[in-house]
Each structure stands twice: as structure tokens, then as C-alpha cells.
Design a protein around this ligand. Sequence first.
Ligand SMILES: NC(=O)C1=CN([C@@H]2O[C@H](COP(=O)(O)OP(=O)(O)OC[C@H]3O[C@@H](n4cnc5c(N)ncnc54)[C@H](O)[C@@H]3O)[C@@H](O)[C@H]2O)[C@@H](O)CC1
Ligand SMILES: [K+]
Length: 472
Amino acid sequence: MITAARMGAVDRNAEALGVPRKQLMESSGNSVARTVREEASEGDSVVIIAGRGNNGGDALVAARFLDEYDPSIYLLGRPETISTDIARENWEALEAAGYDAEAVTDSTDLDFGDSAVIVDGMLGTGISGELREPEATAAHEINAAEATVVSVDVPSGVDADSGDVPESAVEADRVVTFHDGKPGLADLDCEVSVADIGIPAAAERYVGPGDLELGTPAPDAGTRVFVIGGGPYTGAPALSAQAALRSGAELSFLACPESIKDVLAGYAEDLIVQEYESDRLSPAEVEGLIETATKHDDVVVLGPGLGTADETLEAARTFLEEFEGPMVVDADALSIVPEVETDATLICTPNRKELAKMGGPELDDLEAGADEIEAFAAELGHVVMAKAEADVVTDGEHTRISTRGTPGMTVGGTGDTLAGIIAAFIKGADPLDAAAAAAYANGRAAERLDRGGGLLASDLLDELPEVIWGER
Ligand SMILES: NC(=O)C1=CN([C@@H]2O[C@H](COP(=O)(O)OP(=O)(O)OC[C@H]3O[C@@H](n4cnc5c(N)ncnc54)[C@H](O)[C@@H]3O)[C@@H](O)[C@H]2O)[C@@H](O)CC1
Ligand SMILES: [K+]
């Protein structure tokens, strides 16, 4: 099953792989025509009703594959208002080739005659709200006709994600949906078939610009990120906190020992540093940290630079068990995740060594071991983002791989920037989508900068907004 938003992302990834939407539209139209041929007999008449979006574009393509029925083609609305280039090009192709194609603005002009099959290509996944005119009346007429109704992708009006069926929606006999099943079609009382339209498997498997678009939050998401890190180290938490800001977080707070407060604050004036008394994180601090994070509805990054002192790990464990909000767990805090019982959403970001230390698979090649990582995430009950040349991100059910990035990223600190980006992306999002988008952004930032060697994690910071808002 695939949601409309994810479908849009996969479709964009396909385009980046060299399979443009217009090519997919050609396959979609062809597969609709195949179903029409199953329903129509020789000499039957076929009517095609196209809306002004890509759903209509699919239907217009189908017309070219149905010459044997000499179909009557209706476009709902004026051709100038067709909303996408590829749909318009398919309309113009029909006109140029002399098809019986007519634009109607008043649906009462539709004439189905004694048609055997009506193709409903009015609205697909781009619908919002109740059907408007001329679609509403057209749907009414379609439902009143005797013909077999073949709907393109979804019966027009039905919400492909939620399954909401407004009263005005088309009642289909058959639906030809594309690439994968849609959750909103599961309960419909009609025959639904899934057509393979030639989207490469890599468009789902490997993160691309579509994942970035899907996983990037709205600019007004208002996320406050709270990095709990530092003690023995200072660079790591500062990189995470700054990466979160560069990725759209509204505020980045850092909790750290008093002894390093000035060092952290000195890295950037944008960081807000909240100190605690002891030299490293210890159980005494936990209650106060949870209170702060809960009060501000924070996304927490736990781990960067914390060190592995027993009392620190004890404190991290209590934090993980008691804080209920979303958390990115990195570095030293990772090893305790398997022992922790929590309903909170954790995104764990281990490298190869940390993955093994968590009890996960020992792998040289993460991509080759993606299934094992997926099984480990399922057992763990959290999202795992395993980092190496290829990053494997999985929620235990679905797995995506990021091959973005450069060899220069083996430099220290690029995992800390990644943790900060995930934190900025995660609020209200599907954690898998957020993590996949973050991996893409971090890797792309490096790709844009790479001059062969000498990359610094801090170089990525400036580049992140260019990638996230420039390329999405
Ligand atoms: N995403 C993909 O990978 C692919 C999508 N394809 C097709 O593209 C469709 C989605 O296309 P679009 O995003 O252009 O959207 P649609 O074609 O579903 O609808 C967009 C049009 O409907 C109008 N509209 C929206 N709400 C309305 C309402 N309540 N009443 C009347 N009109 C309304 C809009 O103004 C716009 O003109 C899919 O359903 C599918 O058929 C295929 O071409 C193949 C690949
Ligand atoms: K439709």
C-alpha cells in the first residue's frame, strides 16, 4: 500500500533516475486501455471523460490505445485550464491527430449514448474536498448510466489515503490503480487492479529528491530541538544543534556540564546553552531535563559527546525510559537502547560498530545486510538508521537506502550533523520519512562541497539550507 504523498515522492525519484512522469503517464494510460478492452466487445462504444489534472492525462493517453472503439473523448473544462504540461501535451496530441475530442464546460452536455464502457479519468489523488462542477454533475451522470465504469487510479471523488467517499463520488465497477495499492481503495465494493507502470524499484529503495520533499517539514513547523550531549567532548553536540537550526528548527537548546558551557556557547551565537552542575551527565540531572523537554514539547537528541561513564549511561537510560517525546539517539547513548522499555519514538543512528554493540548484525556492507538491519529494527521496536558508505534506514517494516554523500564524509562529525537534521525533520512526520530525508540532505550537502578531500562536518552546516530548500 502506498499513500498519495509517498507515491508523489517515488514518482519524483523515478524522474531523477531518468524515467520522467510523462513516460509513466503513457504506461498508466496503456494499462487503463487494457482493462477497457477486457470489458468492451467489438463494435461497442467507449466514452472517455478526462479532468484537467494528470488523472485526466492518463485517460487521454488511454484514448490513443483504444482506436478500435473510436472513443468519444470529453475534457471537463477549458483546455487552457489543464493544470499540468504533460496532460496538456496529451490533449494537444489528440486534437492534432484528429480524434473525436471535445471540451465541455457544462456536464449536462455529456452524451453517453449507448456506451458500453465509460472511462472515469476526472480526478485522482489530486482531489481536495467535495466534487465541484463540472465534475459533480458528470459523476452523477456517470453513476446513472448503464455502462461499465472503469476508473483511472481511484474512483473520482474518493480519497485514496483515507477512503472517504463523498456522496457525489463516482461509483466504479473497476479501478485500475498504479504501481501499488492505495489504502483508500481497500473497502470499495468494486474490482481493483494494480498496474505496473514501470517505476523502477530503485525509486522506492534509494532515497532521492522525492524523499527530501516528503520528509522536509513546513517552514513554520516551529520545532525546538534539545540536544543533551557533551561533557568529555564539545564539538559533537554543537554540530548537532547547529545542523538542526540549518535544517529548519526554530530553536536549538543544548544541555551540558557547566564546565563546558562557555565553550559550547562560543561556537555560535545561535545556540542556547543550559548548564548543569556536575562535570558529566548524571542521574541527578535527569528530572530537570525531562521537565524542560516536556514543557517545551522538544525533539531531543541524546548522546553526542556524552561519554561512557557509568553514571552518564545510567542517566541516559532513565531519560530514555521517562521522556515521552520523539528522540534521536546517537553515539554513546545507543548501547542502552535495547534495555529500555518505552513507547516513545526513537530514531537510533549507529555506525557499524555501534550497531554491533547494540546487539545488531555485524556487517561490513550495510546495504548487503539491509534485511538483517530491518529485522533488528523490528525486534528493537524503533527506527534504525545505520550509517556507512550506504546508510540503511528502516522502521522494521520498510527499508530505504541512501547512497548520497562522498568518501570525504568519513571525517568526524558528519554523524552529529545527521542527528541534528533528523531532529529538525521529525516533528509530526513519519520517522522513517524524516530519517530518509535527513540522510539525503546530509549526503547531498557533502556532494555539493566535495573538492576531493578535506571536508569538515562544520562545512556541511552552511550548505544544508541550499539543499533542503533549494533542491526539494
Ligand atoms: N504520482 C504518480 O506517480 C503518477 C500519477 N499519475 C496520475 O496522476 C494523478 C494525480 O494527478 P494530479 O496531481 O494532477 O491530480 P488530479 O488529476 O487527481 O486532480 C487535479 C485537478 O483536479 C482539480 N480539483 C481538485 N479538487 C477538486 C474538486 N474537489 N472538484 C473538482 N476539481 C478538483 C484541480 O484543480 C486539478 O485541476 C493520479 O491519480 C494518477 O492518475 C499517473 O499519470 C502516473 C504516475
Ligand atoms: K479517476
